[in-house]
Ligand binder design. Structure first.
Ligand code: GN1
Ligand code: MG
Length: 363
């Protein structure tokens, strides 16, 4: 599969507006959705690299809409963002000026590769957590004047707890991969928390969870950190930038970045929340987005962390029940591990609810 895609990647790369002589292309194992490659080119002023993705058009059915959103968002970010230190992801058009390419039925896009950066699957310390939250909070601030209706709702119901619950219940009922019996306890764990989904709906109706243009996938590894300074350089993965409840981004950030173990770790007993990292995230979020937030919204920050953890856990479990058709897996049971880590994280957050809001210590 990889070799096949790699040959296609080389052919696709040649059709983007890149100068110089092509040298090589290599796969990059990142993300659960697309296939990603990096190509190297010899140019007049030296060697340059580019990032190519074969877009998963099962997940993103409307690729034209997806790329419209990315062009729109990067244009606005280019104007507003980061009069400070952050760089904006830069899309490379095809030789005929299009944002993506259809090559032999595969849909491809290309970005400039951002050199001299690191990504992290586990947070180093509360200071890094603060910086990450500040970067994602500033990202929302930079897009605050962008009309959400200018962006396509690229995956309907993406941020909706009730839609995710409904999808999980459907997957359990249909039992396509014949795994329902072995995850009955996990399913019950969610059933016991249906009231959280109802609380979410109430909070949203009351106006305490306003919608903004959000990033939609605020995992720590969607920030490129500068190798030399250790500071955030660029927010990446703009696929899910669209209208959503603003605190979704905070919640997603917490469930991934304040986790004591990796999302894929095989032992859910090791999962849990690091409260010092959480405090860093909380402060970074307030320091960047705080002035735009209502009082009631601030009060819901710990709730958002639990809600998104539950959402992502439900999605992993549903995909396990469906036979791993959405998130890439390297081995059987991986989506179940992912789901169980989310559930263990959620349980730990519930147990520490009193220490999550409002945090009293700074970083
Ligand atoms: C997917 O591909 P990746 O890893 O950037 C997913 C996110 C989930 C995340 C869980 C379009 O993102 O929503 O939060 O996995 N992206 C999509 O790790 O479904
Ligand atoms: Mg993503």
């Amino acid at each position: 599969m990889d070799l096949d895609f790699r040959t296609q990647a080389a052919a696709a790369a040649a059709q983007f507006a890149i100068d110089g002589v092509f040298d090589k292309v290599e796969p990059l194992r990142v993300g659960h959705i697309h296939h990603t490659f990096v190509s190297t080119w010899q140019q007049a002023d030296g060697v340059r690299r580019y990032l190519h993705q074969r877009i998963n058009d099962t997940v993103f059915e409307d690729v034209r809409g997806l790329m419209h959103n990315i062009e729109k968002v990067t244009a606005v970010l280019g104007e507003t963002q980061h009069k400070g230190d952050l760089e904006v992801l830069s899309l490379v058009l095809t030789r005929s000026g299009r944002p993506y390419l259809n090559h032999d039925g595969g849909l491809w896009r290309t970005f400039d590769y951002v050199e001299n950066t690191d990504t992290f699957n586990l947070c180093r310390d509360p200071k890094q957590a603060y910086q990450a939250a500040h970067a994602f909070g500033s990202f929302q601030v930079s897009l605050i004047d962008l009309n959400p209706d200018d962006l396509v709702e690229i995956i309907p119901g993406f941020f909706s707890p009730s839609a995710r619950l409904w999808q999980l219940e459907g997957a359990f009922r249909r039992n396509l991969a014949k795994r329902a019996d072995s995850v009955r306890k996990d399913f019950e764990f969610i059933q016991d928390r249906r009231h959280e989904v109802a609380s979410f709906d109430d909070a949203q109706r009351s106006g305490a969870l306003p919608n903004r243009v959000v990033h939609g996938d605020t995992k720590l590894n969607n920030i490129l950190f500068d190798k030399a300074s250790g500071l955030p350089r660029c927010v990446v993965d703009l696929d899910t930038c669209m209208s959503g409840w603003s605190l979704y981004d905070f919640g997603d950030l917490v469930r991934f970045t304040a986790a004591k173990s990796r999302e894929d770790a095989p032992d859910p007993d090791l999962a849990g929340i690091d409260l010092k990292v959480y405090t860093g995230l909380y402060n970074g979020w307030i320091d960047s987005l705080g002035t735009h937030m209502q009082h009631a919204e601030r009060a819901l920050m710990p709730f958002a962390a639990r809600m998104v953890t539950m959402i992502i856990g439900m999605r992993f479990l549903a995909d396990h029940l469906n036979g791993d058709v959405y998130f890439h897996v390297q081995h059987e049971g991986q989506n179940l591990h992912r789901a169980r880590n989310q559930f263990a994280m959620l349980r730990d957050m519930e147990e520490h609810a009193d220490r999550m809001a409002p945090p009293t210590t700074g970083v």
